[in-house]
Design a protein around this ligand. Structure first.
Ligand code: 26A
Length: 339
């Protein structure tokens, strides 16, 4: 066991995953490739899903997936710490057991009033649509990071990772960690997570980005960000502008990392664009693309925490994604990482 090096924070969710018909997606007005927060009209979906299809319960939550993949690739137990809020219930226990059994040091806040959050993952022809009822995850509070135990962990870790989804819950916690990272010259890595975060939580994104050293986005998040900033449509141009946009810690240049599914990953840093090819995955080997982005970030984070260069970090990210898209949801392979 080593002392934790990477701090991840997010919304711990239990994924209720099923292969569904397009009629089911239409019934709840859900689109493939999208992730949303459940509104009143979506609430019956969780029961309906269990009644109508064969479901799998899989530990989820974007940053928790990233934490588990990074830990699996780093092997040395408790290199990764993960925090977020769960309910005091069976689903909270399931998440804790799953994440701890992967070797992650779990430091949940627990809430006795609200059940653990759930995410309906609706798969259709390998694409997915996600509908999240945050539940207890929405009860995360900055005071949890101000306990002596958590302060000691935050002071001792070397890297921070968060997905944009957490900005819907506790943006002040995000900024607290961002400031700590910048003041102590520790890297802060951040995934934009979903277009709706950029569309509807842009103020929070703008508040956090100055502290961010590595930004991850897929092509649709990158394009949404570009539109929001009036930076046009060209991903290379958006990456270039974002790489120098509002940065607090000037001791580190910002790397902007845009994944594009099977196409080359674009990286813009220090005035230079570089492209890295992912591992080709024949379509018959793909189980589903759920958590592909999270696992790219997990692999990248693992290599990054070991001080590897950008080529190696992207190679590790591609490897993480390659493994996870050949599994159901964010399920880790039972075999050790080959990285
Ligand atoms: C706030 N929202 C909507 C969310 C999420 C989320 N994780 C945190 N917050 N909506 C979906 N996810 C997770 O994304 C993973 C796939 O990338 C799902 O739980 C799923 O495991």
């Amino acid at each position: 066991m080593s002392s934790p090096k990477i701090f991840c924070i997010g919304n711990p969710l239990l994924d209720i995953s099923a292969h569904v018909t397009t009629d089911f997606l239409t019934k709840y007005d859900l689109k493939l490739g999208n992730a949303i927060l459940a509104e009143e009209k979506h609430m019956p979906i969780y029961e309906d899903l269990v009644k109508s299809f064969k479901v799998d319960y899989i530990p989820g939550g974007a940053a928790q997936n990233t934490a588990r993949v990074a830990q699996w690739m780093l092997k040395d137990k408790q290199t990764v710490v993960y925090s977020g809020c769960v309910g005091k219930d069976e689903n909270g226990k399931i998440l804790r057991e799953a994440t701890e059994s992967n070797g992650v040091l779990v430091k949940y806040l627990e809430n006795s009033e609200v059940p653990t959050g759930a995410c309906a993952v609706l798969i259709n022809d390998k694409e997915r649509s996600m509908c999240t009822n945050l539940g207890a995850a929405n009860k995360f509070h900055i005071s949890h990071l101000e306990t002596e135990e958590m302060k000691a962990i935050i002071n001792s870790v070397e890297n921070f990772y968060m997905a944009g989804y957490f900005l819907t819950v506790s943006p002040d916690s995000a900024v607290l960690l961002g400031k700590h990272a910048a003041e102590n010259n520790k890297p802060f890595l951040f995934g934009l997570a979903a277009p709706f975060i950029i569309d509807f939580f842009f103020t929070q994104v703008e508040q956090l980005l100055p502290y961010v050293d590595v930004v991850f986005a897929n092509e649709s998040e990158a394009a949404t960000f570009g539109r929001k900033m009036n930076w046009g449509e060209d991903l290379a141009v958006i990456a270039e502008k974002l790489s120098v946009w509002n940065k607090v810690n000037t001791k580190r240049s910002r790397a902007v990392v845009f994944t594009q599914g099977p196409n080359a990953t674009l990286v813009f840093q220090d005035g230079k664009l570089t492209q890295y090819k992912p591992i080709a995955v024949p379509s018959e080997e793909i189980v589903d693309l759920n958590a592909a982005g999270d696992s790219f970030c997990g692999g990248f984070l693992a290599a990054f925490s070991l001080g590897k260069d950008m080529a190696k970090c992207c190679e590790a990210g591609h490897y993480g994604a390659w493994e996870i898209i050949r599994q159901n949801g964010a399920t880790l392979p039972t075999t050790p990482s080959k990285f």
